[in-house]
Structure formats: C-alpha cells, structure tokens
Design a protein around this ligand. Structure first.
Ligand code: ZN
Length: 400
C-alpha cells in the first residue's frame, strides 16, 4: 500500500471499502459494453489525517472520456464570478491551475487583470483559448511554474479550485504555487472537506478520480513543507462542503489552527471516527434497500458520478432499478457503468409513473423535486438516500 501522499506516514487505518467499482464518469454506449472495475478503498493517515485511495485506476482509462465543462454548471459560474469580484483587482497578474474552459479567468479579464490558465485537457484548453482566455495546455508543477514565472512574471493571485483531490502528487501543486506566487500574493485553493464527507455520510463523493480527501490538518502540513501558510480558511457549500484556503508566504494561522484543533476533537485522526462512518453508510444502505423493497417499480434520477457510485456500492442493478432519468441529452441513450441501467429523458417519470424514484443527487433535492413536480402531483414519490433515507410525496393541496 502506498504511504501517505502528504506526510509519507505509513500508519494508515481503514476509512471505507466500497468494493469493485467501474469508472463512474464513463457511461457505456451499449448495455453489454466492456466495463472494467477497480477496487475503491479508502484509508487515512494516523499522523496528518489525509484520507486517500489505496490504489488508482489507470489515468488513460479515467480521462478517456473527459467531457466536463465547468461553464455548463450555473452554480460554478456564479461562484467563479464572486471569487473574482472578491479577490482580483485591475492590473493583477492572475494564474489559475486547472482552468478548465476559462469560465473563471474570463471574469478576471473583464475586471482588467492579466491572466494565464493552465489545464492538461487539450480539447478543454482549446475551448478556453477560443473564447479569449490565454491557456497553456500542461500539467502544473514546479517546472511549469518556473517557466511561467520567467515568461509571465510572478502571480499576485492564483486559483486552484477542486484540483488537489484529483492529482496523484499534491506536493507538485504546492511546490508550483511556492515557485510562482509573488511575495505578497495569495493563492486561493478550494478542496472538498474530509470532515464534511464523514459527518454528512457523503461516501458517494468517493470515486477513482478523487485520489485524496483532505482534512485541514493535512492541508496545513502540505503547504508548510513548501514554506507556505494558510493565512485564512473559510467553509463553503460547494461540492457538498469544501474549504477555501488563502495560501500565502506569511500570515496569521489562528483560523487554520482552530480548525485543526476542532478536527482532532472530532476524531479525524483516529480509527473510531471512520468505523462509525462505515457503520452509518451500512445502516443507510440497509434502510434504503428496505424502503425500495416496498415498491414494485423503481426508477432513479441523476446519472452523475455520485449517483453511479451509490448504485454500484449498494448493488442496485437493473432488476431493482429499471432506468435512470437525466436532463443531459449527452447522457440519454447511454448506460450506467456497472449496474447498466439506460439513461432516459426525465419526461418518462410522469408518463411511465414508477412507484418510486430514487433521487441520487440528494444535495440538489429541492431543485429536482420542484422541477419534477408533475410526477409527484400524479402520485409519484421520491426516495432520498442520504444523509438519511426519506420519502418525499406531493404536499397536500390546501382546501379552499
Ligand atoms: Zn499523512
């Protein structure tokens, strides 16, 4: 088993074992298509409370079908606009790591900043350049950072949103930031919070593309190794609960220290915390299977990564769940890896009226329940799987 990605520690304890899992972002073109699986098992480091996968899936398999454009998500575009508004001033030099299709830097350009994006996905970087966002197609690390420093200058502001969890070597990112950041610059780093994952029972955010699950304790140790400090930290709701770090060459560490203390108090560096987490996930599975067992016909809603993790981890195959509705026309007509349900248009809910519909993106339940009102009004019901199983029916219409 590999040592801790942050501190090199070898005393690792179990977090959860989700069994063999396909690559959840790769939908199948036909139900019988080849669909390899890899173990999906997470451990944590007893010294720095980093959680990480015990083994990775091959990178070329994972990014074969990389089609995620951030600008397709309204929430992410609005979040980017706010970040730029808060932290970018005209004349700033701004560098974004994993800049995707340039949705954040486009706002920074509007604000009068000089920008450079870095993203390794060729098709996505091309798209950014086409919309007028200078983008270098490369992986980010100390060598890339030094060459950018020579050509572009040091960065007053850097952004690295949702990058650290996805890379095999988080030290490469931290070392690159240390090489490129101006003396009084700030790097804004956002990463999903391990504490929120555990406390919110959000095991369905664990999949092969996410190598690491960061505690504040691990983040502090990661940046300290490169002479950087976390001068401020905020908790934000993005991706089910993330941390927004202000990484700088110096500053007051009171906020991050307080958060690390709270994590130790919550037991994030101890085995008992994760045994309890696994128990809660298993209890949620048993309760969900019992609830769904009460219905003859069951469909699901939301063919995104997290939903596909849940279907596979709980063994909800085509016999139990007939099909899965999703608004994306790119997904319709394709099939869920592992459990092999067909993805169909959401209109099918109200026309076919399954007894129950498992609502997989449970973090967006209000929005989805509202949008699929027709199904509920005709007597359908949504079953929400997490953090606790809940059945949602149409609100009674008040008598007039
Ligand atoms: Zn560690």
């Amino acid at each position: 088993m590999r040592a801790c990605r942050v501190c090199g520690g070898v005393s690792l304890g179990p977090v959860i074992d989700l069994g063999p899992m396909p690559l959840v972002n790769n939908l199948l073109d036909a139900p019988g298509d080849r669909c390899p699986t890899w173990p999906l098992k997470v451990v944590f480091c007893r010294s720095c409370a980093l959680a990480q996968l015990t083994e990775s899936a091959p990178a070329d398999e994972m990014f074969r079908d990389y089609r995620y454009f951030s600008s397709q998500s309204r929430t992410m575009v609005e979040h980017a606009r706010q970040l730029v508004h808060r932290f970018v001033a005209p004349r700033h030099r701004v560098v974004e790591i994993a800049s995707n299709d340039g949705y954040l830097l486009a706002h920074a350009i509007e604000r009068g900043a000089t920008v450079l994006g870095i993203d390794p996905a060729v098709n996505i970087a091309k798209h950014a350049v086409k919309r007028g966002v200078p983008t270098r197609c490369d992986y980010f690390g100390p060598a890339t950072a030094e060459s950018i420093r020579d050509e572009f200058g040091r960065a007053d502001v850097m952004f690295a949103n949702n990058v650290l969890a996805h890379v095999d070597e988080p030290h490469e990112i931290a070392a690159g930031i240390a090489a490129l950041l101006a003396d009084d610059g700030v790097a804004h780093v956002e990463v999903p919070s391990l504490r929120r994952l555990v406390e919110g029972c959000a095991f369905d955010t664990i999949y092969h593309e996410h190598h690491s699950y960061f505690s504040a304790i691990a983040l502090r140790a990661l940046f300290a190794e490169h002479g950087l400090v976390i001068a401020d930290v905020e908790e934000i709701p993005i991706h089910g609960g993330s941390l927004h770090l202000h990484v700088a060459r110096g500053g007051d560490e009171t906020a991050i220290d307080r958060m690390c203390d709270a994590e130790r108090e919550a037991g994030l560096d101890r085995d008992a915390c994760y045994l309890d987490f696994t128990d809660r996930v298993h209890a949620a599975r048993d309760e969900l299977l019992r609830t769904l067992g009460g219905f003859d016909t069951v469909a699901a809603y939301g063919a995104a990564a997290k939903g596909i993790v849940l279907l596979n981890a709980f063994g909800l195959d085509r016999k139990r769940i007939g099909w899965i509705a999703d608004v994306s026309p790119h997904k319709q007509g394709r099939f869920v890896p592992g459990t092999r349900q067909e993805v169909v248009a959401p209109e099918r809910l109200a026309t076919e009226m399954p007894d129950a519909c498992l609502l997989l993106p449970w973090n967006l339940r209000e929005e989805i329940v509202e949008r699929q009102g027709a199904y509920l009004q005709r007597g359908g019901r949504f079953v929400v799987p997490l953090p606790e199983v809940e059945t949602v029916v149409a609100a009674a219409v008040p008598a007039v």
